[in-house]
Ligand binder design. Structure first.
Ligand SMILES: [Zn+2]
Length: 146
């Protein structure tokens, strides 16, 4: 399954996914801890999933490719700041959950969640399998040009 983690159900990632013939679900991150609670809930379903943040834009076909890849942890980089920087984080990732999610995820603020989830992914799933090319980042348009 493909999940969009967002506070706004009409975010750019949802707009992009509607252009494809794909099933996806929107998970609303409620308050400071909603993102962590949603990650915990989805992980504990035990099924492979693609997680997209609200402003990371997959190119057509990319999510299907992620789900079909046999690797347990796949990621796309996306454009960040400064221009030319391509972070990964949790913005665009496919995981095959192993074991239960750590309960602490439900009490980690959204802006610190990657610091808790990424080490768990490193331990349980190994290093990321990077897919190319990178995704667009809707916020990139807000970065002033040099
Ligand atoms: Zn892969």
């Amino acid at each position: 399954m493909i999940y969009v983690f967002t506070a706004d159900p009409e975010c750019p990632t949802v707009w992009a996914l509607r252009q494809e013939d794909l099933a996806f679900r929107v998970l609303i991150n409620e308050g400071e801890f909603g993102y962590g609670r949603n990650w915990l809930e989805v992980w504990d379903r035990g099924e492979p999933f693609v997680a997209l943040e609200h402003d990371v834009i997959p190119w057509p076909g990319a999510c299907k490719e992620l789900l079909e890849c046999p690797e347990p942890r796949c990621q796309h980089r996306f454009s960040g700041a400064p221009p030319g920087n391509l972070p990964m984080g949790l913005g665009a990732i496919k995981v095959v959950p192993v074991g239960p999610a750590p309960a602490e995820w439900a009490s980690i603020p959204w802006n610190r969640l990657d610091g808790w989830i990424v080490p768990h992914l490193n331990e349980e799933l190994g290093w990321e399998h990077v897919h190319e090319p990178p995704f667009a980042h809707a916020r990139a348009s807000l970065i002033p040009s040099p």
